[in-house]
Design a protein. Structure first.
Length: 255
């Protein structure tokens, strides 16, 4: 082998080493080459937290199980784009989310609750009888339904009141963590944040979020112990378990 050939091999080796090191370094900082866009992009990730051990599928591919401690799962180095997430466990209805991963950001799905009919039955047995509407203003609770127009108001002190609902309300219930108020009408449930949420998803104080609107009449509504889920029964007796967290779409399960 001639000297020139040896030099070419040496130069090629150095070039390959530096190129490989370059991509390894960028990969370590969360970059990947996007062949669809044909450019180097910063990746994103997804953080999942559940109430129990579960398996996680991303775009129909099994990616792993939640951790033994904390029941969390993290998938890093996801190229920006839309992903289908399915969290499941045997004998439990699966939870599905469709998320948009953005460059350099973490999608947090931290209020996932896998539940089956057995657990929900036991929880329903622990519920205390619902207080009559006229007793809901006790203990200084400022919200009330005006009997004249069926709207929800907040007593600001003295004769001053603030109108909360724009339409008739049939009931309202305070969450277990006392941070949220579920406002129930004939076919809708809206949640009012009485205090802001600093975590994910972020909701400021006094934010109102329409959780669901259905064609059937809502018969009964209850808070679940997580304060991030509601149980509601329709007029035909169907029992639902619905999420508050809108990230990736709400799961509204029939259980």
């Amino acid at each position: 082998m001639g000297k020139r050939a040896k030099n070419l091999i040496l130069i090629s080796s150095f070039a390959a080493f530096f190129i490989l090191s370059y991509f390894t370094l960028f990969f370590g900082f969360g970059y990947q080459f996007d062949f669809r866009e044909f450019k180097l992009v910063k990746t994103g990730s997804v953080l999942i937290k559940t109430n129990t051990d579960a398996s996680v599928h991303i775009n129909d591919r099994f990616e792993g199980n939640t951790s033994f401690i904390g029941n969390t799962f993290t998938q890093k180095n996801l190229l920006p784009g839309r992903y289908n997430i399915v969290v499941e466990k045997e004998k439990f209805p699966p939870l599905e989310k469709n998320i948009d991963v953005k460059s350099g950001e973490v999608v947090q799905l931290v209020h996932l609750y896998l539940i089956n009919s057995e657990e929900l039955d036991k929880f329903m047995e622990t519920l205390e009888p619902e207080a009559p509407d006229e007793n809901k203003t006790n203990d200084g609770f400022p919200y009330f339904i005006n009997k004249k127009d069926s709207l929800l108001y907040k007593n600001l002190g003295g004769d001053e009141v603030e109108k909360i609902s724009s339409g008739p309300v049939i009931d309202f219930i305070l969450s277990p963590d006392k941070k949220k108020l579920a406002i129930i009408s004939t076919n809708e449930i809206t949640v009012l944040w009485l205090s802001g949420e600093s975590g994910s998803p972020y909701f400021p104080e006094n934010h109102k979020e329409l959780v669901l609107r259905i064609s059937q009449k809502i018969d009964k509504t209850y808070w679940f112990k997580s304060s991030w889920h509601l149980i509601y029964l329709t007029q035909n007796g169907i029992r639902h378990f619905v999420e508050l967290d809108p990230s990736g779409g709400r799961n509204d399960l029939i259980i």
